[in-house]
Design a binder for this molecule. Structure first.
Ligand code: FCB
Length: 475
């Protein structure tokens, strides 16, 4: 086993803050025309299977852990289920037409593992693969690069029944699934992502009980789920590499600067622990083949010799999801005696997440300066607001435009400062089923009336199209 890392946050907090403050990308004052993006910059949006597809019992799809979780009373805020979602399974052609209308050059979607392998392993469901086959062909015909992500939280229930992410065998199950999908789509798909936000599904699904599979297993649950995701990813990346050497391989992490709510020692120490859990296990695992010192003792139960060799992988690109910094507080009794505290930032979205584009600059500078400046694709960034059509049926979401604008200013500044950001995929194309919030949170560039499934592009859609067309931010 390799030694555990001494990652930046296990330096003295003061030295770390001084180092990152100096390196952080700060948006320059905008020239009138606004900054321009490189000509080959990729533009598009991301979605995920469970949040948009619906048709959960169609064409042989097996149940996922989210179908089960959503059936529990009180698990989903508005009592809804992903059964229909945006009915994208039937409306995909119209949705691709919307992407084309917006001028997208790339689109990240996820493949539902239970559609392809209803039992998680074994028999392949041809009809499930056919769906993604059609989708990929139609995207290519529209001039849009398909960028599938193999796992966006919808684990086959059959695998959960065998322990899910708590069972080390999942590494092999996931690699086999990756190989099945690559064998079918790999002649046309070059860009692949493995996991989406492993720390979120580990923490919320295995300790907080707020996401599927709804477990409350504390440290053990989180560390097992995190380590096994790292391991599964390492094996799947190798399976994909073996399938075709030309694939461009990546993973998707939610990297969020962790900010203690006060300068007090207890809050600062809690923030360091949270940073290790939320950001570093996944990031240092894949990029450095190391795990945070601070979690070393607890991880011993799960990490076997040679695991770190499997986990480390030379990614072609890193998918970065960024929404906001995390305000962390010492909360005894919570996971690692840390919990989400009040943010000092008064500006929040409908999720209650602070609007702070500077955090994105901080993450990008850190990747440049401390992680070897990898190629980065922003795979998610966006905001929920309480959108409503006006009397004329228009959805004027000025707050979302401001959110995108602020974050893209930072992206442009980061590119100018040498960060290798190659594209931006907004979250999300459509309003959709937002996990435990159900339909109560709208993130789309396109408004969805769930009763009629009518799609109405919002003002942000027109704004985004103009940006993509001109390649520059208006001042
Ligand atoms: C991210 C998830 C995505 C969506 C956005 C709002 O954490 O990856 O599915 O829920 O948050």
């Amino acid at each position: 086993m390799r030694p555990m890392t001494s990652h930046p946050h296990s330096l003295s907090r003061r030295r770390f803050l001084a180092a990152t403050a100096a390196a952080t990308v700060v948006p320059p004052r905008l020239a009138k025309a606004g900054p321009a993006f490189p000509k080959d910059f990729l533009w598009g949006a991301s979605t995920s299977a469970l949040q948009i597809e619906g048709a959960v019992q169609e064409d042989g799809r097996g149940p996922s852990i989210w179908d089960t979780f959503a059936s529990h009373l009180g698990a989903i805020a508005d009592g809804s289920s992903p059964r229909q979602a945006c009915d994208h399974y039937h409306r995909w052609a119209g949705d691709i037409a919307l992407m084309r209308q917006a001028g997208f050059s790339a689109y990240r979607f996820s493949i539902a593992w239970p559609r392809v392998l209803p039992e998680g392993v074994g028999a392949v469901n041809a009809k499930g693969l056919d769906f993604y086959d059609r989708l990929v062909d139609a995207l290519l015909a529209a001039g849009i690069r398909p960028m599938p992500c193999l796992y966006h939280w919808d684990l086959p229930q059959a695998l959960q029944d065998r322990g899910g992410w708590m069972n080390r065998d999942i590494a092999g199950w996931f690699a086999d699934y990756a190989a099945v999908v690559a064998a079918r789509l790999g002649d046309r798909v070059e860009d692949w992502f493995t996991l989406n936000e492993p720390s979120v599904s580990a923490i919320f699904g295995h300790a907080y009980g707020e996401h599927a599979p709804g477990l409350s297993r504390g440290r053990d649950g989180v560390l097992a789920a995190l380590h096994h995701q790292n391991l599964a990813q390492g094996q799947a990346l190798r399976a994909l590499r073996a399938a075709d050497g030309r694939f461009r391989l990546g993973t998707v992490l939610s990297l969020q600067p962790v900010v203690p709510v006060s300068g007090g020692e207890a809050d600062r120490a809690a923030a360091i622990r949270w940073d290790a859990l939320w950001n570093r296990v996944s990031l240092d695992g894949v990029m450095r083949g190391r795990l945070p010192d601070i979690l070393a003792d607890d991880l011993k139960a799960w990490v076997k010799p040679d695991d770190l060799e499997t986990i480390r992988f030379p990614l072609d690109r890193l998918g970065l999801n960024y929404y906001s910094p995390l305000a962390i507080q010492y909360q005894p009794g919570r996971l690692y005696d840390a919990g989400f505290g009040p943010s000092a930032n008064p500006q929040v979205t409908a999720m209650g997440w602070p609007v702070d584009p500077r955090g994105l600059g901080q993450v990008l500078s850190e990747l440049r300066d401390l992680y070897g400046n990898p190629e980065v694709l922003i795979t998610e960034n966006g905001a929920a607001y309480d959108d409503r059509p006006d009397a004329a049926g228009r959805v004027v979401d000025a707050d979302r435009i401001a959110y995108f604008h602020g974050h893209l200013q930072v992206v442009a500044a980061a590119v100018a400062a040498g960060c290798k950001v190659k594209g931006y995929l907004a979250w999300s194309l459509l309003d959709n089923w937002e996990w435990q919030c159900g339909f109560a949170r709208r993130f789309g560039l396109v408004y969805v009336d769930y009763a009629s499934q009518r799609r109405t592009p919002k003002a942000s859609f027109a704004w985004y199209r103009a940006l993509i067309e001109s390649g520059r931010l208006a001042s």
